[in-house]
Design a binder for this molecule. Structure first.
Ligand SMILES: *Cc1c(COP(=O)(O)O)cnc(C)c1O
Length: 353
């Protein structure tokens, strides 16, 4: 988090305030900043998945909240459609839909197949965007405009799909999704325990009713006044930043890291102009000589002083074992040197053996 965000959270902790007043003010301001009809702050994008599922299952009737998650068979709308795709192996978050009691209906990756499966019990269609997760399934660009008029809410879990900042309203205003979810603790650099639900007011109102201070499904996902103040401050800074300058500063940090590896002839370092999930950010891909596993670099980095987290692809991603990735979005100024030095040390120790 930025120093300013931490400071605002500290100040918020020192004062009493009417929680609902603060919640309303913060959410209205977030809706305005993100150009959405309405907004709600919850506990991480994960809390957002559960609450938006609950909101969609209510079908406009707040009284239905009392039936979630244990009596959902009394609800008319209790099924959520997702695509049957590779993303189900690489990210687990779709499973959270079940935490609200909904039954997941996984359909073959085809828009017409969704249209055929939709019925009176369909509460929502959930989509997980990104160039990585959309491999082998129709993209949000293809799906949302086609499905937005079938009378079923479309919810997009875009937790990590930033920057560009315009994604905060792209899925809802431009493509036509009903709700979109973002992590507060990823690119926005807010408290890690925050997430945003953005979009249609009628659904957001139910998310609010489901959450603290009401004793419904969202009550255990309480955001404190410190978090409400923190996410708003972080978002205000995030919105003031220019996408290109943010990109350029990350690019420069990664070039510095790369320079530490240039003298290892057998190490291939490649700068990608797109994040791992297709976002607007540079990404450094490092491929060690055959036999040197990315996992060993990860272990080395975690034992380093200070500990550093290196991106290792899990087997589901089907990437070579000797490739690691580095992004710079959470590197503070100066930390790029530590990353470079650590990688240089790792290469010296492992390649000469
Ligand atoms: C990271 C992520 C989440 C969880 O986000 P939190 O803010 O940590 O709750 C959910 N869905 C997707 C697609 C994610 O990438």
């Amino acid at each position: 988090m930025r120093k300013e965000t931490v400071e605002v959270m500290r100040e918020a902790a020192e004062h009493f305030i009417d929680y609902l007043d603060l919640q309303r003010t913060v959410c209205e301001r977030i809706a305005e900043l993100t150009k959405n009809e309405a907004a709600f702050v919850t506990t991480g994008a994960a809390g957002g998945v559960v609450l938006s599922t609950a909101a969609c299952m209510c079908a406009g009737n707040i009284d239905n909240l009392d039936r979630i998650p244990d009596k959902v068979n009394m609800l008319e709308k209790n099924e959520v459609i997702i695509f049957d795709g590779e993303f189900q192996d690489s990210i687990p978050y779709w499973k959270l839909i079940r935490k609200a009691g909904a039954k997941i209906v996984s359909v073959k990756p085809d828009i017409d197949a969704v249209k055929q499966v939709v019925n009176a019990h369909t509460a929502a269609v959930f989509l997980f965007p990104s160039s990585l997760y959309e491999r082998g399934i129709p993209t949000c660009e293809e799906v949302i405009p086609e499905l937005k008029n079938i009378g079923v809410p479309i919810v997009v879990d875009a937790a990590a799909q930033l920057p560009p900042r315009s994604n905060l309203w792209y899925y809802t205003n431009e493509l036509g999704a009903d709700l979109v979810i973002f992590s507060g603790g990823k690119h926005i650099r807010g408290p890690q325990s925050t997430g945003l639900i953005l979009g249609k007011k009628n659904l957001i109102d139910i998310c609010k009713a489901a959450a603290s201070p009401n004793a419904e499904i969202g009550r255990p996902y309480k955001t404190g006044k410190e978090e409400l103040a923190g996410i708003l401050t972080a978002l205000e800074f995030f919105m003031k930043e220019d996408d290109q300058s943010l990109y350029d500063s990350q690019y420069e940090k990664l070039m510095t890291v790369k320079a530490y590896l240039n003298h290892f002839e057998t190490v291939k370092v490649e700068m990608k102009t797109e994040g791992r999930l297709g976002t607007f950010q540079p990404l450094l891909l490092i491929t060690f000589p055959e036999g040197i596993r990315g996992e060993s670099c990860h272990e080395f980095a975690r034992k380093y002083n200070p500990p550093i987290d290196i991106g290792v692809y899990q087997p589901e991603f089907k990437m070579p074992e000797n490739t690691v990735f580095i992004n710079a979005y959470n590197l503070s100024e100066g930390e790029q040197y530590m990353v470079g030095e650590m990688l240089e040390r790792f290469c010296e120790e492992s390649i000469n053996r």
